[in-house]
Design a protein. Structure first.
Length: 257
């Protein structure tokens, strides 16, 4: 009788608390778990870890990594975003004299702290001016929630912050309802497996915080086994990537020298 080699969940080192939870869930369903890529060529590999290592390993291991478009936030209607957001370059952002929240796009590769800057001149020097950044109007989120999405449906979720401080807890009905509103309007422009962050504003309204790669997102109080379902789709064999997700494949970056 033919013996099938089980899939592998490859984790970056050192392991985070989420990686440990996902490893346990993967072992429970019969997957192998590895911390090193050596010897995995030709295996069915899935990835959970940082984008630098992912970009280096994607080609050799045949990984298809799904990520939201860098400009996804900028195309949201105001009723879902509740603030202006534009995608620009770091050089342009440095010329702004307005208070703004500035962050790299979802890949989070560039060493730029995501925070409120009082003035564009406060942005760190020494970084390439062509670096893409999202520049956002400043709003106050009183609570923030992470929704793990598969095929347009929230499969598990967690609150992760209250007034900007880490505070994991189960989601509430309002956060899930707003997530449903966002997905009804925007699921077609997101990968089929993705992480969607939403938040309650100080005025009681709701807004999208951002969308992220599921394969580099903490699960907080979300159910690890369901998070794993999303991760396996978001970072697995490139040959298994559905046609509708092909436009969401992350570029493979060269190994740093």
């Amino acid at each position: 009788m033919e013996t099938r080699t089980p899939p592998v969940l490859l984790l970056s080192a050192p392991r985070t608390s989420t990686a440990e939870l996902l490893a346990r869930a993967a072992v429970w369903r019969g997957h192998d778990v590895a911390d090193r890529a050596a010897g995995l060529e030709g295996r069915r590999v899935h990835w959970y870890g940082g984008p630098r290592a992912a970009a280096r390993l994607a080609g050799p291991l045949g990984l298809g990594l799904l990520e939201p478009a860098d400009d996804w936030l900028t195309h949201l209607p105001h009723r879902l975003l509740r603030r202006p957001v534009r995608l620009t370059t770091l050089a342009e952002a440095r010329t702004s004299r307005e208070r703004a929240f500035v962050k790299p796009p979802s890949a989070k590769i560039d060493p730029l702290p995501a925070q409120v800057y009082e003035d564009g001149g406060d942005l760190p020097a020494g970084l390439d001016g062509s670096t893409p950044v999202l520049v956002s109007g400043v709003v106050e989120f009183t609570a923030e929630y992470r929704l793990f999405v598969l095929d347009g449906e929230v499969v598990t979720a967690s609150r992760y912050a209250v007034h900007g401080r880490l505070d994991p807890a189960p989601p509430d009905a309002e956060s899930l309802a707003f997530g449903r509103t966002v997905l009804d309007a925007e699921a077609a422009r997101l990968p089929s497996a993705v992480c969607l962050d939403v938040g309650r504003l100080a005025d009681g309204g709701w807004a999208v915080v951002e969308a992220n790669m599921a394969w580099f997102a903490h699960c907080y109080a979300a159910e690890p086994d369901r998070v794993l379902d999303v991760v396996l789709r978001a970072a697995g064999p490139i040959g298994a990537v559905a046609e509708r997700d092909r436009t969401h494949l992350a570029p493979q970056r060269p190994r740093p020298r």
